[in-house]
Design a protein around this ligand. Structure first.
Ligand code: ADP
Length: 191
């Protein structure tokens, strides 16, 4: 059982790489962004509430995402391992995830950080916004705001895991296949 956090700013390729790693290793991919968009599509109370934050590029409150991820982990049952994508994004989320995993006799094995700078992130998301119907990818100020939220609240999550010696930085700018290879060799290095 291996559990990985795929970490990095918006547009760093977490979703793309998670899909490729799932094919290779049969992880269960849990993306809070995808879970929230699915709630919104089904017009649940949670989805409608979350949407107000998402369109502005702000973080959805911790209590909402923590509860959502707890349900998703319990529903997944017995699995080979999880790839968490877009979660945890704050230190309280990281603490809640550790507690949840510990109560299921699991823990995080690696935090793989995809490094992508603000200009590249902005360029990629504006591009994605042309073809996806994600409103948060269609407004440059919202995109830059999300990068700032990453710097202000999310980067410290890597600091939270640092003392455990499980954080690895990977260059996120390069060919998709090469980045998958770098991630794969880190996953295979886990004892
Ligand atoms: P990206 O990585 O491109 O920003 P995501 O799909 O991960 O896209 O997230 C989209 C939005 O969903 C975020 O801007 C935020 O509003 C909300 N969101 C996703 N995950 C979390 C989380 N763990 N905590 C709070 N808000 C979240």
């Amino acid at each position: 059982m291996q559990n990985i956090i795929l970490f990095g700013p918006p547009g760093s390729g977490k979703g793309t790489q998670a899909t490729r790693l799932v094919e290779k290793y049969k992880f269960v991919h849990l993306s809070t962004g995808d879970l929230l968009r699915s709630e919104r599509k089904r017009e649940t109370k949670l989805g409608i509430e979350a949407q107000k934050f998402m369109v502005k590029g702000e973080l959805v409150p911790d209590s909402v995402v923590i509860g959502m991820i707890e349900s998703a982990v319990q529903e997944a049952g017995d699995v080979t391992g999880f790839i968490f994508d877009g979660y945890p994004r704050t230190v309280p989320q990281a603490e809640a995830l550790d507690a949840l995993l510990a109560s299921n006799e699991m823990s995080i094995d690696r935090v793989l950080v995809l490094d992508v700078n603000e200009e590249e992130s902005t360029k990629r998301l504006l591009d994605r916004g042309k073809t996806s119907n994600r409103k948060d990818d269609q407004d440059e100020s919202v995109i830059r705001g999300r990068y700032k939220v990453y710097l202000d609240y999310t980067v410290e999550v890597a600091g939270y895991y640092e003392p455990k010696g499980i954080v690895v930085n990977i260059p996120g700018e390069g060919a998709i296949e090469e980045i998958t290879e770098l991630l794969a060799s880190e996953i295979e290095a886990i004892a």
